[in-house]
Write a protein that binds this ligand. Structure first.
Ligand code: ZN
Length: 467
């Protein structure tokens, strides 16, 4: 299934949608009428009865959640790294498994795996994605004839599935702090500055036909770029998002202190002024000054609670960061599990386990789920650099509907229903998912689920048989 985007763009399509109940920026409202023009909401009115000729949605509509961090191909290795290897098993042995798996992938494999991940994202409540894309080159480390062939595969998967894409081609130059040479397992990631500029141009071409796609830049981490690359790379697209992995692991902080004499976030903030364009992925290990500095800067903390739990990274200081006014969103990162509600639940639960208290992200006498959903939508939208994350005029018509007949939800409305959807289910109980006004999930199933899964299965059988 390929969307004929060029045709869609040349037509003006105005449509009226009716939502039985919806979470608007000011709160939950009933009988909401949306006017949608070429995928963008142009007006919102509540208290409007459904009339003939409008598309009606039952259940409770929420703004679709932006997924601010993913490495799509890692969906193919989910579950392969749960065996204990070295006595001090951690992120670093996981990274070795990842390097061996990705040694075998071609662009067609990446498209098949990404499409499967994106179907699961849409079925799990994510309607927008920032793909942190670092697998660029052929198996021998040489660029493909089209240096952005892998980015093209990502764009094709987004187009097939209807997910709203922010593509972040990653700049990866070195193997560790202090410009240490990259290692063999990193040969498919590495570009010098000239090659990166060509990659960025190729990536712009790759997303050209996607509706409302955005291109940003991503210095991989302070291990993988030189300090003077930060200003250079962020100036290449001066109005677009800049994402970086930072302070995920204790050994990373220790290496930064030892080699650079500073903690990673401290070093970043001294090297370049942070602002809303920046998304700091993980930012798990922070001093109080680093935490408050990020919060003041307007940068978004890109939290990946399920992956951070899986990898044993540590617990982000979410409550004090929120109290300092910090922006945050969530990402599915390694894609070991994919569900917007599960990410928010894990984020809240990590704080409860540490602090021995409950309902930490909630405001006084208010709902935890509502605070998490609205904050993560806002931070995720900023990180994706797109007008998403709100059911409001001027924003993309991206929303999901909770199934109000689900046992966890039945008889409930508003924030109670949202709390129950996040905290009293295994996965968000969704009925419909609409992206840019187009329904891509109906009755909980993506419209291309079967064909995407069949192709993914063939790729996985071949890859694992060759392992
Ligand atoms: Zn990551």
């Amino acid at each position: 299934m390929q969307l004929k985007t060029s045709k869609r763009r040349s037509e003006t399509v105005t449509e009226t949608l009716h939502l039985a109940e919806a979470l608007l920026p000011e709160g939950f409202a009933r009988d909401v009428k949306l006017t949608v023009d070429n995928g963008v909401i142009t007006s919102v009115a509540s208290g409007a009865a459904s009339v003939a000729g409008t598309r009606a949605f039952s259940g409770i509509a929420l703004p679709g959640m932006p997924n601010l961090h993913s490495h799509a191909f890692q969906r193919g290795m989910a579950g392969l790294s749960e065996r204990r290897g070295a006595p001090e098993d951690s992120f670093w042995t996981w990274r070795e498994v990842m390097y061996r798996f990705l040694d075998r992938l071609d662009p067609e494999d990446v498209q098949a795996i990404a499409a499967q991940a994106y179907v699961e994202m849409l079925e799990g409540g994510f309607t927008a994605l920032a793909e942190f894309h670092y697998l660029h080159h052929d198996r021998d480390g040489r660029p493909y004839a089209n240096i952005a062939a892998m980015g093209q595969a990502i764009a094709a998967a987004a187009q097939e599935t209807g997910l709203g894409l922010t593509l972040l081609p990653v700049l990866y130059r070195f193997g560790n702090f202090g410009q240490a040479p990259s290692v063999h397992g990193q040969r498919r990631f590495v570009n010098d500055r000239d090659a990166y500029q060509r990659l960025l141009e190729g990536s712009a071409t790759a997303i050209r036909d996607l509706p409302d796609a955005r291109l940003g830049v991503a210095p991989h981490s302070l291990r993988a770029v030189a300090l003077d690359d930060l200003g250079w790379v962020s100036s290449l697209r001066p109005d677009d998002p800049v994402h970086i992995h930072i302070a995920e692991q204790v050994p990373e902080v220790e290496a930064s202190l030892k080699i650079m004499g500073k903690r990673p976030v401290e070093l970043l903030m001294e090297t370049i002024p942070l602002d809303r364009r920046w998304c700091l992925i993980h930012a798990t290990h922070l001093s109080d000054a680093e935490r408050d500095g990020i919060a003041r800067s307007g940068a978004v903390a890109g939290l990946c609670p399920i992956t951070e739990s899986s990898l044993g990274d540590g617990i982000f200081d979410g409550i004090r960061y929120r109290d300092a006014g910090g922006a945050y969103g969530v990402g599915s990162d390694s894609n070991i599990q994919i569900d917007a509600g599960a990410e928010l639940r894990q984020l809240e639960y990590s704080q409860r386990l540490r602090d021995c208290r409950r309902a930490l992200f909630a405001e006084e006498n208010a709902s935890t789920g509502l605070a998490l959903w609205q904050s993560a939508c806002a931070g995720g939208a900023t990180a994706c650099g797109r007008s998403v994350g709100r059911i409001a005029a001027g924003h993309r018509a991206d929303f999901v509907t909770l199934d109000s007949d689900h046992p966890a939800i039945v008889g409930k409305a508003g924030a109670e229903a949202l709390d129950s959807a996040i905290f009293a289910t295994n996965a968000l109980p969704l009925r419909d998912v609409v992206v840019g006004g187009r329904r891509v999930v109906a009755e909980g199933r993506h419209i291309a689920r079967d064909s995407v899964r069949t192709r993914f299965a063939a790729v996985m059988r071949r890859l694992l048989a060759a392992a």
